[in-house]
Design a protein around this ligand. Structure first.
Ligand code: SF4
Length: 743
């Protein structure tokens, strides 16, 4: 297929899809094949002080579309976003529900502040479901326009339940008040094409594309447990769709299990006052103040506008924190090949890359004009959304891949196939280490030579997974299930597999080395959903700046920061503008790690939107209600106790002889000064054992301190007193669960 052939061109993917058989007969034919299975009308509305007070519920088994009220109790206890998602999920499932049961739901909720256009990072949606990887609730914070457009159509949350008997699209027209479930037999599968086609199909004219957002996934979600969701927006300057990902925990897999091909929302034209906030002046003033900070400080601080989050690749490497070869090491001589100057040159700079209106941080960078070398889109010229830091580290250094072209290609295929880049990076690193150690070989991988740095084998494994074939299909089960499969087949020592398989609760680690930060070891393993840095990122406070010297200091940080960060997900905020640029005088404040001026901004923005007066303590209390509720939810699903908060040893210390020897000076010094044992004359094996015993004991002491600070029992159960303090004792089943577990 030549790129110069006539027809309708997709800018995101330079493909003449009207001519390609795999895209069927083109847009008109795709549209003509749609059959309306259900249609209901509703009264569109705009939020009042951030809320519409309505949830939309869709049952794909019965094709029933209904509205439910958002109660005052929901707002008081759960606020919105992740809180609403967890509450709806709690009511939808039982302890016996599994991810692929019809009653499991996917809930999308943007939060009361979401949709604001005056401050940076205010267009996020929270997606909640029972995860196929962990069997407990997973929550994912995602940009793109869908959540705000849903809200400006009239709904604070969307519940997707049941299973369709064929592939369907849910279309919500928030301008005409129509909701349709349509059979969609001819749609292409992968997100970069599907979202573009549907945006063009449902927009009433070219100018209307900006009012359309599509939620979709790709072929990878059909054949794996690690599927994710892409949320689109129309990039006016590029003239194509862009994608942001709700990545973690396999939400895309649940989406496809329900036979949902896509969600499409068409909202009203966005303006600055659609939330009908209580105090627009305060919002405008706070926004202007922040935009000036971005303008003045970004270039000298994080350069988010030029590099996005990829700016930290070389910083992580310099501090020995960049995961390399499956988290064995923290730096690599070739890191410069995937460092920020490379991405600054590869990403288009003559544009503004915000994933929602008004985001002056604009970190959603994109590399244009990338010609693919492999897979079903080989030869196509595409725009790659990213790479972000997690992509560069996970798809790059962690697998020993330092070729930026291949890294972009891996990033692209993860996105369009609808699989989580963080998860893929960590599971690839795991299988590559298994290959290094002879646990896997050519015969066991069906011919895939998974040596470190072999990007072509990595890509082939991904294409296999998307086709549902070969070893790729096994890889798509994730690290937790692979460990069991390998052990069952007698392919490796289960103890070693447990040590090097970087997952906790069934979810793969995100891309930071935590060996030298006890606080971050807890920050990962003590999370509700599994090890993801969006809950706590304490490495610099702990390891670099030495601000958390005692167990109590670390426990306080592991009390405050997970709650503070939870709050972003209740409201529809992006975390990045909180601390990726800070006021010039932030270092002189009493608690610079908290960025006090920005905390006050968030307090002001919440109050100015909802009219509810809160302060910084009430902000934490709002989160604590949802956080503790989620912990009880985990216990209800059989996975919330202390034994599930234990990390793989690779995240705590050196597992192998090579790891110890690579940092022998550091470990020997620690043995002498911290453990009080002289390393001289000891074998590496003896030193590994002494280090391990010390570090695991230290980790257990940390868990004791954190549970105490959080108001949990030594088994990790929120106490009844804690529930009463937070007002969660109004839910009898919550009380019953903690009582049954000694809370
Ligand atoms: S900071 Fe980046 S991820 Fe966050 S809202 Fe802005 S563009 Fe999106």
């Amino acid at each position: 297929m030549s790129h110069s052939e006539p027809g309708t061109k997709l800018a995101h993917c330079d493909v003449d899809f009207t001519q390609r058989t795999e895209y069927h007969q083109g847009l008109e034919a795709i549209r003509a094949a749609h059959k309306v299975l259900a249609e209901v009308s509703f009264t569109p509305s705009l939020p009042e002080r951030g809320y519409n007070d309505r949830t939309l519920h869709v049952d794909f088994s019965t094709l029933a579309v209904t509205e439910k009220p958002v109660t005052q109790q929901m707002k008081d206890i759960f606020v919105g976003g992740r809180g609403f998602g967890l509450w709806h999920l709690w009511n939808a499932v039982t302890p016996a529900t599994r991810w692929n049961d019809a009653e499991n739901e996917i809930i999308i909720s943007p939060g009361p502040v979401a949709g604001m256009t005056q401050y940076a990072g205010t267009g996020k949606s929270l997606v909640v479901t029972l995860s196929p990887q962990t069997d407990i609730p997973v929550d994912s914070n995602v940009g793109g326009y869908f959540g705000p457009l849903l809200k400006f159509s009239g709904f604070d949350a969307l519940e997707l339940q049941g299973k369709a008997d064929r592939d369907v699209i849910l279309f919500i027209d928030g301008t005409k008040g129509i909701i349709r479930i349509e059979e969609a037999p001819l749609e292409p599968v992968d997100s970069h094409v599907l979202a573009e086609i549907l945006t063009r199909m449902y927009a009433e004219n070219d100018a209307d594309r900006v009012n359309i957002s599509v939620v979709s996934t790709g072929a990878g979600a059909d054949h794996s447990l690690i599927g994710m969701l892409n949320f689109s927006w129309w990039d006016l300057r590029r003239g194509c769709i862009r994608l942001k990902q709700a990545g973690r925990g396999g939400i895309g897999t649940v989406f496809r299990d329900k036979r949902i091909r896509a969600l499409v929302c068409r909202g009203p034209q966005v303006k600055g006052n659609l939330n009908h906030p209580a105090d627009p002046e305060t919002i405008a003033r706070t926004g202007i103040k922040f935009h000036k900070e971005m303008h003045d400080n970004d270039d000298s601080q994080c350069k988010m506008r030029r590099n996005g989050t990829a700016h930290i690749v070389e910083i992580m490497d310099a501090y020995d924190l960049l995961p390399t070869h499956n988290f064995q090491y923290g730096s690599h001589p070739e890191t410069h090949r995937i460092a920020s100057p490379v991405w600054e040159a590869r990403c288009t700079q003559a544009t503004v890359d915000g994933c929602w209106y008004g985001c002056s941080m604009a970190c959603a960078k994109g590399a244009d004009g990338v010609v693919l070398k492999t897979g079903p889109y080989k030869g196509h010229m595409v725009t790659v959304d990213g790479p972000e830091y997690e992509n560069a580290a996970g798809l790059g250094s962690n697998g020993g891949i330092f070729d930026p072209d291949y890294l972009l290609e891996l990033n692209f295929y993860c996105d369009t196939y609808g699989i989580c880049t963080i998860t893929w990076g960590t599971l690839c690193a795991f299988v590559m280490e298994c290959y290094q150690r002879g646990i896997l070989n050519l015969e066991r991988t069906g011919g895939l030579d998974l040596t470190w740095g072999n990007a072509e084998a990595d890509l082939e494994m991904m294409h296999q997974m998307a086709r549902g074939e070969g070893f790729g299909r096994i890889a798509g089960q994730g690290v937790h299930k692979m460990k069991a499969i390998f052990a069952e087949r007698g392919w490796g020592d289960p103890g070693l597999l447990g040590d090097i398989g970087m997952e906790c609760k069934g979810l793969e680690y995100s891309q930071y080395m935590s060996k030298e930060s006890l606080a971050q070891q807890g920050g990962y393993a003590l999370t509700n959903k599994g090890p993801q840095h969006d809950e706590a990122w304490l490495i610099f406070m702990d390891m670099v700046n030495k601000q958390l010297p005692t167990f109590e200091d670390k426990a306080e940080a592991l009390y405050y920061f997970p709650l503070f960060r939870t709050w972003f997900g209740l409201n529809g905020f992006c975390k990045l503008p909180w601390n990726d640029v800070v006021p010039s005088d932030n270092a002189t404040t009493a608690e610079p790690a908290k960025v006090p001026e920005h905390v006050q901004n968030y307090v002001d923005l919440f109050t100015a939107t909802t009219g509810l007066k809160i302060d910084k303590d009430e902000l934490i209390r709002q989160s604590a209600k949802v956080y503790n509720f989620q912990r009880v939810f985990n216990i209800r699903m059989g996975k919330g106790l202390r034994s599930f908060d234990i990390p793989p040893y690779r995240s705590v210390g050196p597992v192998t002889r090579e790891e110890y020897e690579s940092r022998a000076e550091r470990y020997d010094k620690q043995m002498l000064e911290e453990i009080g044992v002289a390393p001289a004359g000891k074998s590496v094996e003896e030193k590994l054992a002494i280090t391990r015993a010390y570090r695991m004991k230290r980790y257990e002491s940390l868990v004791d301190a954190v549970y105490l600070r959080r108001g949990w029992t030594p088994e990790g159960v929120p106490t009844l007193a804690r529930l009463q303090d937070l007002g969660l004792d109004v839910f009898p089943e919550v009380v019953e669960i903690v009582r049954a577990h000694g809370g």
